[in-house]
Design a protein around this ligand. Sequence first.
Ligand code: MG
Ligand code: ZN
Length: 349
Amino acid sequence: MRLYLFSIIVFGGLFFSKAQEKAPTNIILMIGDGMGLTQITAGMYFNGNKTALEDFTSIGLSKTHSSNSLVTDSAASGTAMAAGVKTLNGVVGISYKNKTPKSILEISKEKGYQTALIATSSIVHATPASFYADVVSRKEYENIALQMSTSVVDYFIGGGKKHFNDREDKRNLINEMSAYDIVSSLSKFDNSTASKIGHFTNRDEPNKIMDGRLPLKDAVQSVLNKLDRDQKPFFMMVEGSQIDWGGHANEIEYVISEFNDFDAAIQTVLDYTIEHPNTLVIVTADHETGGLTIPKGNIKKMRPSVEFSTVGHTASMVPVFAKGPSASTFSGIYDNTLIFTKMLNVINE
Ligand code: MG
Ligand code: ZN
């Protein structure tokens, strides 16, 4: 009996330590800028009553207020999710207590992760900037670009090339970014064998998807292929940036088409996790935009009729969808800063 118990303890211990050595968890954070619950609802019905979000197993709600306003902007909310601190609207990477904490992207790099940023805005826009820059104003695009040029981001795809090579200080940051292969197309991105690769999709802000922009899912697939090649754990942030811009414009077609582009990218990520189950996927928003409501609709056509109530953002909580290892920790109602903390817990496992 004693020997039997001893065996259980020894072999149990071996098994436990084996479990402790499991592969590190990849983290893919997907942010639909301005994507509240109503944007998702409208997009789902317009898209044949389905969304990739239906595959997620854990759902929570995030409180998006900033340190000085119930209604946040993307800089304060991006900083909360990227670095775990509340700050004033318009501030990137610096807390309201004037601290500059490391972002989850920077911490993951220190832990041996590969890192990637993809946005359908410029790469220096508030949401992606929150993962590598510290600036008092989100409008300091040239300063943000300078910080991007020396960041620990391994792969990036987004617009805003002019902030790197057509600057007030006359510097050409693209020439200075010698560690990177800066490529002019996605197929060149695919063919590059460099360890750090960047692709500027536009000189300024990228076009709308309705005007023929590169589908986000294609960019996501290209970066996933590189991350897969590297054989290291990774942190990737993917932003559907222009759902917000459709909301500001109060144009439902703009909102829906950008949501659908983002939804297809979510599906691409979910497909990747089938072969790579050690991948945690989190999909959320930084805030809702437009005060979108669906006061009526057509049940036969499953078509919502929408109304906007503002051209700005609103204070509504936004959903957080999670799937993969530790997904259940994203259930519940919590501050947007806890999205950082929960991701950090996964990296520190
Ligand atoms: Mg944004
Ligand atoms: Zn906005």
